[in-house]
Design a protein around this ligand. Structure first.
Ligand SMILES: Cc1cc2nc3c(=O)[nH]c(=O)nc-3n(C[C@H](O)[C@H](O)[C@H](O)COP(=O)(O)O)c2cc1C
Length: 236
């Protein structure tokens, strides 16, 4: 969660049973950094680091987590309009996963063709495979489900074919307060890539619903900051 999930925050929540911790999202190139500035100006939380310090910042954050939780995989969720800055982050020593953000829906990010607008790029497959081919870390692609004009299953197949290791999917469905369990099930039945399900894991009941879809793993965001995480996820 941009502006929230730094190393200090993650070190506090990892003991709830997480085996992957995601830093960011971070903006890496000039267009996304400028967009982040505008988002901050209208009062929303964001991480904001200039291009010349962001690499060292993430490197230090990874080290801060590994020092305390050496067995946890550390991921960095990043936005960029071009692959090169993402490749640099994916080669940070000890960073386990670089996560390409094709999920953000803040207008300033959409206006520059980034975040969930990435799902509409003709060169998305090439963008992902350039990163896969040039980083030491694993590669995750975070997407939002049910984006207008986008067939989520087709995108899932494209991401798998591009060579990514994980498909991290916010299974949001407009007008519904739970994840789109049906869609998650359909995707899990039709791809081989490791699917990380996300959205509305805020109770033991929803953890069970999420696991029943066939996901490889799942992630939790809002119920951590709301303090509603009243269960240890290793119990499932
Ligand atoms: C304040 C806030 C900031 C977020 N920032 C990011 C981000 O930077 N990158 C990202 O991929 N998702 C971001 N998200 C989305 C969450 O990671 C997650 O996909 C979404 O909230 C649904 O999952 P949940 O129901 O567990 O909260 C953010 C969510 C919130 C509430």
């Amino acid at each position: 969660m941009a502006g929230i999930t730094d190393a200090d925050f993650l070190n506090k929540v990892i003991p709830y049973g997480f085996n992957v911790a995601t830093l960011g999202g971070y903006s890496l190139d000039r267009p996304t950094i400028e967009a982040s500035k505008k988002i901050i100006e209208r009062g929303r939380k964001e991480f904001h680091f200039p291009e010349d310090v962001i690499f060292n910042h993430i490197e230090n954050e990874v080290a801060s987590i590994k020092k305390v939780h050496s067995n946890v995989k550390v991921s960095a969720n990043v936005r960029s309009t071009t692959p090169q800055p993402i490749i640099e982050i994916g080669n940070i020593k000890d960073l386990d996963i670089v996560e390409i953000n094709c999920h953000c829906r803040q207008n300033e990010i959409l206006d520059i063709g980034c975040g969930q607008e990435m799902l509409k790029r003709d060169d998305l497959s090439d963008f992902i495979s350039q990163i896969v081919d040039n980083v030491d870390s694993e590669v995750s692609v975070k997407i939002r489900a049910n984006v207008e004009g986008i067939d989520t299953l087709n995108i899932a197949n494209l991401i798998e074919d591009a060579g990514a290791d994980y498909l991290h999917i916010d299974a949001m469905k407009k007008g519904v307060f739970e994840a789109d369990w049906e869609l998650l099930r359909e995707i899990c039945n039709n791809v081989s890539i490791k699917v990380i399900g996300n959205n509305s894991v805020n109770s033991q009941e929803n953890v069970k619903k999420m696991i029943d879809t066939g996901v490889y793993g799942f992630s939790i965001a809002r119920s951590i900051i709301s303090g509603n995480l009243d269960f240890n996820i290793t119990n499932f």
